[in-house]
Design a protein around this ligand. Sequence first.
Ligand code: IPM
Ligand code: MN
Length: 352
Amino acid sequence: MSGLRIAVVPGDGIGVEVIREACAVLEAVAAGSERSLTLTPFDWSASTYLKTGVSMPKDGLKMLSENFDAILLGAMGDPRVPDNQHAVDILLGMRFGLDLYVNHRPVRLLDPRLCPLKGVEPKDVDFVVFRENTEGLYVMMGGNFKKGTADEVATDIDLNTRKGVERIIRHAFQFARANGRKKVVMSDKSNVLIHAHDLWQRTFKEVKTEFPEIAASHLYVDNLALQLVRDPKQFDVIVTSNMFGDIVTDIAAGLQGGLGMAASGNLHPGKISLFEPVHGSSPPLAGKNIANPIGAIATASLMLEHLGFKEESACIDAAVAETVRAGETTVDVGGPLGTRECAAAIVARLKA
Ligand code: IPM
Ligand code: MN
């Protein structure tokens, strides 16, 4: 992997354990390829924050974009930082500060045993959610009035811009076109959010005309939640807002076997991108060798695919799928193995 430079931020809790295994998989793939890979660790975490008071160095984002092709992050969150300030600074700091407007979350069922729905096969769960990642309800605009009194008022603003809505919708269609996907569903709540989500409606109607070969349709987000569990095979590409995307990708993770299986990328095409498993730091599971490493390993594979290393990515995906079918997994997805042993089973298949 000629000169691929990855910044690795394991973070907190199980993030540390699953990223260790994802890095082992990346090293194994690199060993079998002529291309070289450098993994540079950064100890940005709750522990560092508690020790130094610094969540991310001041020049952190500049340093990352100047020196790396991508960032691989584990998870952020620790009960010793009750307001999660370091997580906000680091994770949301990178999403906003690097303008990573695409949250790309692939949803794939690898084995029927993993799906909580009856009679659902891997071919029935194979879609991608594009979540807007830089605005919406995540901008932390709003405030309190008369805080702590009986008359308290609290607001959080759902901020949507024409530019922001347009670029994520266009990205979803471009992805569909480039990857042989035939359908794009846009999901909003425009029957109630008559200003901001009307903007989504109008923008979607305009952008879809650039992609006449793609079937474009709309679902209100409550109906989308229902349809995802009623009949997931109808979906190909879904595009939605930041908060709705957060919620529906947890439902979608459930279809794949749970949060331990789900991968994600935070992208700005042409710029540095951030890859992280969908799951959190899960403090109760940390340090016990029980966390599922597959979400992080699938995330590493998504990262390679995004960086143009399609063959290497396909090798990882095949090794993961075989390992899952062989039942060599952690307990959350029905297997008998620990974090390290599950990852070792994947690495052994890669080497073979
Ligand atoms: C996710 C997470 C984050 C989000 C949290 C940790 C801020 O739930 O990546 O889905 O809400 O985006
Ligand atoms: Mn989430």
